[in-house]
Design a protein around this ligand. Structure first.
Ligand SMILES: [Zn+2]
Length: 217
């Protein structure tokens, strides 16, 4: 498996529409495996093929609460329900998180790496990741969903990535965590392991490096 180069803004390939995958063959399976290796290396949650320079409708997901990665070929969102405010980042937009609206629940269809049809019902981070990755296949970035520039936040503005700071952050009722300062992060309620430390359900310690990892979509 190879670690692929992740394209970042303003690379124009991120704005192009990806083509449907006609045949789920060995080449697609190899690309998917390399994308998973790249996603794991980056510590991200999802990756779409155009982010590694391939205009194919293929995405991989590694949800924090799931052991196995998911490979979705030709994913399509068939239904969106509800609306909620989320924090979102992207491996192709390093160093930033934005506050945008996403659906509460989505239904989607796709095929897996063996060509079998899948029907998916997703909530929470899974739903958000699906919407985010399918957007990539249409050349859409989460930045396009920002209502104002003030909804975009820079992570670790002092940019000392080797130097790990500890932040005290609060846990919100909905399982999202928000730092006390300007830095806001998204984390699934059950994905604390190895990332952040929760005490008395209030105080959490996360390193700056971890904040970067959490922005990996
Ligand atoms: Zn992304």
């Amino acid at each position: 498996m190879a670690i692929l180069q992740i394209r970042t803004v303003p690379d124009p390939i991120l704005r192009r529409k990806s083509r449907r995958v006609r045949a789920v063959d060995d080449a697609i399976r190899k690309l998917a495996r390399d994308m998973i290796a790249t996603l794991h290396d980056a510590g991200g949650i999802g990756l779409a093929a155009p982010q590694v320079g391939e205009l194919k409708r293929l995405v991989v997901l590694q949800l924090p609460d799931e052991d196995d990665p998911r490979i979705l070929v030709n994913p399509e969102i068939t239904r969106r329900e509800g609306e909620r405010e989320v924090e979102e980042g992207c491996l192709s937009v390093p160093g930033y998180l934005g506050t945008i609206m996403r659906a509460e629940r989505v239904k989607a269809r796709a095929v897996n790496e063996w060509g079998a049809k899948l029907r998916l019902t997703a909530e929470e981070m899974f739903a958000q990741a699906l919407e985010h990755e399918v957007d990539h296949l249409d050349g859409i970035l989460y930045l396009d969903h920002l209502k104002s520039h003030e909804d975009l936040h820079e992570i670790g503005a002092d940019d000392e990535s080797e130097h790990q700071h500890d932040f005290a952050v609060e846990v919100e009722d909905n399982g999202l965590m928000k730092s006390r300062g300007e830095k806001r992060i998204l984390i699934a309620g059950n994905s604390h392991g190895g990332i952040a430390e929760v005490k008395d359900e209030v105080i959490v310690k996360a390193t700056e490096k971890d904040l970067g990892r959490l922005s990996g979509w």
